[in-house]
Ligand binder design. Sequence first.
Ligand SMILES: Nc1ncnc2c1ncn2[C@@H]1O[C@H](COP(=O)(O)OP(=O)(O)OP(=O)(O)O)[C@@H](O)[C@H]1O
Length: 573
Amino acid sequence: MGKIIKRMSISKALIAIVFLLIQAGCDLYIPTLTAKMINQGVVAADMGAILQIGGIMLSFSLASFAAALLNTYISAKVSYRLGNDLREAIYKKITAFSNVEFDRFSASSLITRNTNDVTQVQSLVEMGLKFLILTPIYLIGGMYLSFRLSPALTSSYLIVVPLLLGIAFVIFHFTNPLFEKMQTSIDNLNRIFKEGLTGIKVIHAFNKEETEYQRYKTENDAYTKVSIRSNTMLNFLMPFMSLAMSLVTIAITWFGAGFIDSGSMEIGTLIGVIAYTSQILMGVALLTNIVSSIPRGQVSARRINEILDLPLALTDGSQEIPQNPDTPLLAFDHVSFRYEGAEKNVFEDISFTVNQGESLAIIGSTGSGKTTLVNLLSRFYDVTAGKIKLFGQSTNDLKEEALRNAISLVPQKNTLFFGTVRDNLLIAQPEATDEQVWQALELAKATDFVQAANGLETAVEKNGDNFSGGQKQRLCLARAFLKEAAIYVFDDSFSALDFKTDALIQQNLKLNFHQAAKIIVAQRIATVRHASRILVLNEGKIVGYGIHEELAAENAVYQEIMQSQTEEKGAAA
Ligand SMILES: Nc1ncnc2c1ncn2[C@@H]1O[C@H](COP(=O)(O)OP(=O)(O)OP(=O)(O)O)[C@@H](O)[C@H]1O
């Protein structure tokens, strides 16, 4: 929590505390004035004293009122600003994550941390600025001033207040782990809910509504159970407090009446002590409120810090991309790779080169490592051994921005953002003219359907849901074509296209990107057959490397893929 506190505006927090001290000081002094007014004014029938002390009481009350308003305003401002900063810091950090970090935290957990956890911390800070200091002041100040009025009557607090504080801290100790469980449970609830929403078609198709409902229900029940346990434990504190304070009030009134009877105490003093009793009671009640927020806030602060303090797995390099035409544009040099926690390498000692203007197609069975290879090239992960080089310079030494600028990637999952076709394409090159955007659309054979709709203003719904799979793929291809890059990477980006469109786009690639290297990951022989080189991957190993005709003549794995596709076509016909 300390680290998070440091992020808030300390000067504003101090101003809030000053107003709090003014409020507490005024509140605390009022019962003493009450006792004085009764003893010196009411009992002595002195109207002047009543007016004078009443005037002082009124100004103390107004000062307390104004200070409370200002404290509330500043505490809200400080805590909500902190929440705002935390959300921004978390989002910024997450956008700097590589796939290594995304493999560690689920999307739902990141969302919970950026919303629910930030809200918990925000509430704790707001409450802390309002009450954390008020509580000890009410407790200690109230007891001190009450002691000044009557040491004998106040002695009962010396037993009760430490006892109540002890109970509060025992409860605090037991509820802390429960709040940890609650936040993890919220992560799980969000995950299941999100999976249910995104996978609703599959759920319907397999009649799994009841199973999914039960999965959600089980987690929801677990969450409710732990919430009931933790909150019940906390709420036990309040009845304890009320009982103890009622007993104290009864004792004070009982003994106070005796003292008044014997003439050793004035009536105003007893009323003053009783007024302090309610202030001390208020201090104890506020304490229970804070006690209930501290464990949740602490757990949330820890979860937020887990993200903010996470050292990024990939360190940025310092080099620009060298322009060295004598070395291959791209080289995989004895590259091996293993995912964190995996038992074996995805790749073992892979080497190949791609020169400027060449295209390299990568084909292989599912799970053979094609996407992983693309991810390594874009440095979404670091290689476990070996080097990936651009013009002879290891990608680990390159500035991440320079590396990403050099690569235009169409990932396997077609991603479009809510907005318009223009917005989506300009992501690749913000300053592109409409003419350039249309050119890119034409290269991707996407002109027809965009023109038929509303041109570049055509709306794109969330996830591009208003486009067919093939149209989405073509828009993603157009976006990649719009970017001027040294390497164009297509990860299974032609799979949703019909053969004719696939062939036309391949042709456009060949004719329009002379200087660039093209990496084409594909499953279809028709997509890869015209590439300058084809790399055949099988279980993380290169089992073939050459042009189509060579591989078709002598590579068993390639022949197998060819045969399976001929059979598929035959079966379809
Ligand atoms: N994030 C990950 N964590 C752990 N293992 C992974 C991860 N991503 C992929 N793998 C594993 O790495 C291997 C290669 O996966 P990859 O996605 O690269 O295959 P692919 O050839 O692209 O498959 P496909 O053609 O089905 O897209 C698979 O065994 C897969 O289970």
